[in-house]
Design a protein. Sequence first.
Lengths: 359, 359, 359, 359
Amino acid sequence: MTEFQRPLSLESYPVPGELAPGEVLVRIQMAGICGTDIHLWLGQLPVPLPLIMGHETVGAIEAIGGANAIYDWRGNQLRTGDRIGWASGISCGQCYYCRPKRQPTRCLSRKAYGISYRATEAPHLRGGYSDWILLRPETAMFRLPETVPTESLIGGGCALTTALHGLERCPVQLGDTVVVQGAGPVGLAAVAMANASGAAQIIVVGGPAHRLQMAGTFGATDLVSLDDYPTAGARRQRVLDLTGGFGADIVIECVGMPEAVNESLHFCRDGARLLVLGQYANAGNIEFNPHTITRKQLEIHGSWGFEPRHVDQAIRLLENPVWRDRFARQITHRYRLEEANQALETVRTWQSGKAVLLP
Amino acid sequence: MTEFQRPLSLESYPVPGELAPGEVLVRIQMAGICGTDIHLWLGQLPVPLPLIMGHETVGAIEAIGGANAIYDWRGNQLRTGDRIGWASGISCGQCYYCRPKRQPTRCLSRKAYGISYRATEAPHLRGGYSDWILLRPETAMFRLPETVPTESLIGGGCALTTALHGLERCPVQLGDTVVVQGAGPVGLAAVAMANASGAAQIIVVGGPAHRLQMAGTFGATDLVSLDDYPTAGARRQRVLDLTGGFGADIVIECVGMPEAVNESLHFCRDGARLLVLGQYANAGNIEFNPHTITRKQLEIHGSWGFEPRHVDQAIRLLENPVWRDRFARQITHRYRLEEANQALETVRTWQSGKAVLLP
Amino acid sequence: MTEFQRPLSLESYPVPGELAPGEVLVRIQMAGICGTDIHLWLGQLPVPLPLIMGHETVGAIEAIGGANAIYDWRGNQLRTGDRIGWASGISCGQCYYCRPKRQPTRCLSRKAYGISYRATEAPHLRGGYSDWILLRPETAMFRLPETVPTESLIGGGCALTTALHGLERCPVQLGDTVVVQGAGPVGLAAVAMANASGAAQIIVVGGPAHRLQMAGTFGATDLVSLDDYPTAGARRQRVLDLTGGFGADIVIECVGMPEAVNESLHFCRDGARLLVLGQYANAGNIEFNPHTITRKQLEIHGSWGFEPRHVDQAIRLLENPVWRDRFARQITHRYRLEEANQALETVRTWQSGKAVLLP
Amino acid sequence: MTEFQRPLSLESYPVPGELAPGEVLVRIQMAGICGTDIHLWLGQLPVPLPLIMGHETVGAIEAIGGANAIYDWRGNQLRTGDRIGWASGISCGQCYYCRPKRQPTRCLSRKAYGISYRATEAPHLRGGYSDWILLRPETAMFRLPETVPTESLIGGGCALTTALHGLERCPVQLGDTVVVQGAGPVGLAAVAMANASGAAQIIVVGGPAHRLQMAGTFGATDLVSLDDYPTAGARRQRVLDLTGGFGADIVIECVGMPEAVNESLHFCRDGARLLVLGQYANAGNIEFNPHTITRKQLEIHGSWGFEPRHVDQAIRLLENPVWRDRFARQITHRYRLEEANQALETVRTWQSGKAVLLP
């Protein structure tokens, strides 16, 4: 990406010969296209240009720098040929947010592959829309077990780890009534994890039809289609009707359009919890009445990105055949690297479950 | 109060002769004027008219209905002449919010003295701006210990119980850096309880000067005056300067003007908790950016009213001589019942610490 | 039960003619035999004699006292003929534990059907091993939906509500490794609820074989049979082998023999949580090393009985066809009232899944 | 220490000339004698011999290894001459407990100065009872602010950080009734932090008289002396009398003798929380009835050691003049290094507030 809102171009950068100790050169096998990539492409987050996008990636180790053995986050020694995934973000472990406040996702010098590195600066290869990626020694890598196919991990993508982080902060409890707003990858991951956590009822509000249907296979019990309920008022009424007139115990916003947050509040029963997962980009202001927070006695949680342990958790979840297959089936569109613009367009226009690049 | 935003008038209603079993007739000794009364008077909450306002009240039992012994919330038998306070709100104990969801302050048929009863309907005497009040059998009454003067309980008022409820939902923890927005009664109660809970730093943002000074005596460590820092930007910068550039661990909004909530977000460090205590009335919308919730990874809590156990807790706190005296000294203005309009005006124009009516 | 450890006898008491307002006379349809009944029969809990045992009961309303409509805990009006269940315990709502400390299961004047009422005192009919039971007006009754068969609710019994209460205090979280000690009704309910809450691995340690097998149908992933691993050391080693050498994230003790608690500690990883559900009766002391609590940095939770909201929650869970059928299938033995001694013996010798009396 | 339960001897080891990068050589100014040192000396914890004891230490930086700037845990650059303290334990940051389970105090390869290093192995100088100590690069060091005297930090010692960790896991809440068992350094730190956290009543059960008196200056409201109440039964009755017959909301065991834990349970009201802080060494078994955990519906927490952030928190607390002075006054006995045996004896026989070594 050389300019926001312009087609991506294919560039060549040198593959490094000699690696520094602990560096890992990976031949990329699959890179997911995340909704955040669309936000980046629209210029809604501050990123350096030009940028090699791609922060959901799996590949095989081609080379390891230095003479010493290196280990993945779980303590497994890594060797050439190993198929690995990794946490896209790296926190410093030393700053105000990493240490006393224990909010490493808000690390003051956090950097993420596919987001924070300028492609024209050496060593260039810091994004997933590429044949190769060069991982820093501090990267939290995970050797993938054979029981977890690449399709499952990319199918889950950072949507799954984002949902796991959010639900750690604001857990769904056994028997809860849940509303999930949005049926994109984050919404589906939220449905899946709400289902796994024992929700009694999971109402999904969103579209389009093919995604809503997929939400049903992930555990949604009630589908509220934007086609059938095109106004906020109609959707509110429908959710109230489905919840005995009161609203849900927990609402998970996975839409990303600011106005969705106003709708979230209407879906909450008094004393409910609201998890705002979708507002990852700054997409502008809404008219908002803060009296609602007090009067409905709400609890609202924001959650940013994820930590390596959520990748660890995701991989363990995907060893369960049920989730392994459902997330793998999210991938509906596959493109070659040179078709990246077409792939972005497919995602932007909500045509896909999940689109991936295969170098 | 016969009309919103018009002077109150003095009306006469009959004192009931025969009481129903469990009813308690109380001769009022002191009634506090709460900021909420101003909101009621401005018409910002839906209440019936005409209304005998007054929901912070202490008095002496004149008569008890029925032949059976009655008991206060703590199990003490009540007798004629006992000096008592009571929780202004009564929850049904049986509805969706009282039972499965355990949110009794959001009880579907909650009624509060001084707020929910039409004065023209028998038995009329359901508010504190009066010589007499007739308490329903379900009222959570508290016989006041001699060590707790009436001035202390009314000085704390429903501001103290509201703060206790809020801080139960969103506790200040040992060593926390706290910002309290607002230096009215709720703000001062929040300062006091943050201080009692072990806050290391308590920054109060507000005015006017006489109240800020009082905040200092309640435990504030830093005062940010609206006079010295008249713009939101200046206040934000001041709070950042006082918190190492990051913002506070916990922010407690006790202002009541909607725009204050936008300022709250700026005072929060990433990962902070925000307690919205001041938006008791519906005073309109703000321009709000929901991206902030996600990006700053915030936790936002609303809290409505209080339960009888918070009155219990308040009375125990006020047995501590330090809090007993500080809250008693909040009362700066005393009026007779016929001076109620003058009293309201004093409160509305922020001239008082706390104003009370003495029938 | 007229004497501990002696056969029960069949006695006749008058069915009341005129009911007091709010009292409900129920014709019993099914009464479960609970493990606690065995403890009662052994004399391990202080109960009055003679006693009509039976605290897990479903029946049909025969008569309602008074002229007013009465309602179940959920607000449904109750009528003659309605099939109902109820919470066996009644808390006063007014004491130190009910009010300020909010521990109603430890209510100072708590009474439970089938446990706390002397059969020779009027109105006699306060237990479930009977044709009739007379419910006090304060009872939390539940009109049963048609989708919840009597077999399911009695199959779950107070084991299910006890597990729900325990897991509310000490929740299983998504991805947890869980050890459940014991494969009786409480153990199976704990397995079921751990499964529903998203446990990744559920190891059941217990016996006999027919119950362990049932644990597998409830969601256990690993079975550690007392036959195959007859010593505490062997069981410990087996659990460590199944958990990467570390022990479980959460251990749920559902055995009831005191020594099981020492075994629990060995099954815990450092920093684990231990829920002690099985020590309902006082069955004596163990040799215990308190250093373990500190060194392993444990969190240990006790939980006593349950509240009406756990019955509400259980009924909602049993509307899910999966749980409805599994719990119904727990009932393996059915007896007539006059076969109660035979039924008790079946339960005492661990021969049954669940045994019930059918008047 | 060359043998358990034998006098310590004074040995000479070489001060290293050249330091490795990041190593810090510190000239010791003061070393506290901790109760754990007595347990070590008694052989109640597995430690290597010979051992230079001493894990509460303050000193001045003599030399820094390598050419690069080094920083303390808070990000301050460290320079020769800086007065520093440090966390005695170092966790690896990579193991099962450090990473997925987030229990770094249970790190599988945790090492602590003054506890885990054999003195005969280079570089020898890894304990505080010494003129010099050599700190590993991974050590969490803290440059001490001028407002925090060495006496305050050593006066608090690891008792204060241990209490902070424990109370983080099991917090004292505003208005709680607290029992602290033990009036040694951990007990006094627990009293101080309970007081700072808003406890309404703090009952200290312990002795001897001079320490109980000191507990009063730290915030205890009621003192139960072992002299006046020599039996467990008398102490139990006294605590019940002081708590309205029910027991405390939270009990903090800081004694270290196993039998104290049985006494803890008696001091708990039903539904109370119990924090076991004192069982740091394995001092044997007790006769224990696990039924109590269930019947009293208790919550029991163990806590092991502390993390760097608790040292950070302690230093910030000690900047408060009240705590600065109180903890400094704990130091009642000062010895030269060659008087270490006399110092240990003073601590072992409970004669001191806190004893320190001044090299």
